[in-house]
Design a protein around this ligand. Structure first.
Ligand code: MN
Length: 477
């Protein structure tokens, strides 16, 4: 994936100025330290050039987005035809080559050359006039903080392209009678590009039966490198590895990057996939339990934005009003990428599902600032809810709860944070990410054209109620 850098100008100032504009643009691009490469493409001077480069950007699968900047004035009517057909994420970088106004050097020529304060306003107008979703970042290009904002947008752009190609495999349906894990899959494909389809558990079991000992041995080695476990549990763990290998074969065969399953539909399987699912998440696959394909998809997207990051499927379970924390966990399926220390595989009985005692990875989640994300179908539209949380080291050991666990305090404060989440309709399933930033969440929702509800330190529940009403007017109900 790479990003294209296109500089806006025009013929008015002569060849020498255009040469300088190009040279400066290349210097800017070379100095950007970003998570994905940026390629300087062209200084555009006329309608035909802009239309052509937009078509090329749309067509190039490796182009994740387009960054524009107007070094000089670049009359915006010549941008209309091109921008109107742009299908890639767009960032308008409002920068200026020099970071100051020189006292002696400034004359009319200098002013013509270094006039992004002027040219970028024309460029901004046409973005607003076309009602185009775009990120706007202002500041000097050498400033690391400014570059950080571009990096945040890049993550969102990469996530959006990933989303548009995302295939999600469902083993079994949603958990019976549960509402929030339901949703309009056609709408999800129209808005997010997700292809969500079901695959028979019986076929998965057939593939599991065909997994060889050699395949299992190889995966067991991988487990041993990452996790501690007792020799006595090996047989149970080998069964999880059999499940993991078979699930991944289907994911690879289908080109899928996320999956869901449900404990209500495990016919022919001896254990609920615990370790299997956890290790698949660790490898970058998205997952949602109880048929929750929406959380599976969002988990995969955040993992694609931050390939070496700390992101997991998560579920809210219990409160401690004194300590003002939420206990987050799941029956089994929490990703070890959020572990505070080296995790352990353990085998314990599971009260739900009526299967054999499954192997699972047990650990404490790490402390730190994070976000929980929930994608819900609110009827006629998708709503993404993002809440700031502060993860803390669990204040007790909970020796009889042998699952991965973490604790956090929600923003703006414990109780108001809970009230806000409930008012917004946030699910009990979430994506917990220690990586995703406010900018990236906002950029992603804007690129995808979905409703975003942010709950952070500035949120109040009454303002949030108002936002819900406004959302119904903006998006329809
Ligand atoms: Mn659940």
């Amino acid at each position: 994936m790479k990003f294209w850098f296109v500089t806006g100008s025009q013929f008015l100032y002569g060849e020498e100025t255009l040469r300088q504009v190009e040279e400066d643009s290349k210097k800017i691009v070379a100095a950007l330290k970003l998570p994905f490469p940026v390629e300087y493409k062209l200084t555009v001077k006329k309608t035909e050039e802009i239309t052509k480069i937009v078509k090329e950007a749309n067509y190039d699968d490796e182009c994740a987005g387009v960054i524009t900047f107007c070094h000089t004035f670049s009359p915006s009517k010549m941008w209309i035809n091109g921008l109107a057909m742009l299908q890639k994420p767009w960032l308008h970088f409002h920068t200026q080559f020099n970071d100051n106004i020189p006292n002696e050097a400034i004359d009319m020529d200098y002013m013509n050359l270094h006039q992004s304060a002027h040219g970028d306003r024309e460029h901004g107008f046409i973005g607003a006039r076309l009602r185009m979703p775009r990120a706007v970042v202002a500041g000097h290009w050498a400033d690391p903080e400014v570059q950080g904002k571009i990096a945040d947008w890049m993550r969102a752009a990469v996530g959006s392209l990933f989303s548009k190609n995302l295939k999600i495999v469902r083993f079994g349906d949603n958990m019976r009678e549960v509402a929030v894990t339901e949703g309009d899959k056609v709408e999800a494909q129209i808005k997010l590009g997700w292809s969500v389809n079901t695959f028979a558990v019986g076929d998965l079991v057939k593939l599991m039966d065909a997994v060889t000992d050699d395949e299992i041995d190889a995966l067991m080695k991988e487990y041993a490198e990452l996790y501690d476990f007792d020799k006595a549990d090996e047989e149970t763990i080998r069964y999880q590895s059999r499940e993991e290998i078979a699930i991944e074969k289907i994911l690879v065969r289908e080109g899928a990057k996320a999956f869901s399953n449900t404990f209500e539909d495990l016919y022919g399987m001896k254990q609920l996939p615990g370790l299997a699912t956890q290790h698949l998440m660790h490898k970058g696959y998205g997952f949602g339990a109880e048929g929750d394909w929406k959380t599976a998809g969002m988990t995969a997207i955040v993992k694609a934005m931050y390939p070496d990051g700390n992101t997991s499927f998560m579920e809210d379970y219990n409160y401690d009003y004194k300590q003002q924390v939420i206990l987050g966990s799941h029956m089994l399926e929490v990703c070890p990428s959020i572990a505070a220390e080296r995790p352990r595989i353990e085998v314990h009985p599971l009260g739900i599902g009526g299967k054999e005692a499954p192997a699972r990875i047990v650990f404490e989640g790490k402390a730190g600032s994070a976000k929980v994300l929930s994608l819900i179908d609110i009827g006629g539209r998708l709503r993404l809810i993002a809440q700031d949380v502060e993860c803390v080291k669990p204040f007790q050991t909970m020796p009889n709860l042998p699952v991965a666990r973490t604790m956090w305090k929600p923003a703006p404060s414990f109780l108001e944070g809970l009230e806000c989440w409930i008012i917004a309709g946030g699910a009990h399933h979430t994506v917990l990410s220690y990586d995703i930033t406010d900018e990236t969440v906002r950029d992603f929702a804007r690129i995808m054209g979905i409703e975003l509800v942010v709950i952070d330190k500035n949120t109040t529940k009454y303002q949030l109620e108002r936002d819900m009403m406004l959302g119904d007017i903006i998006y329809g109900r």
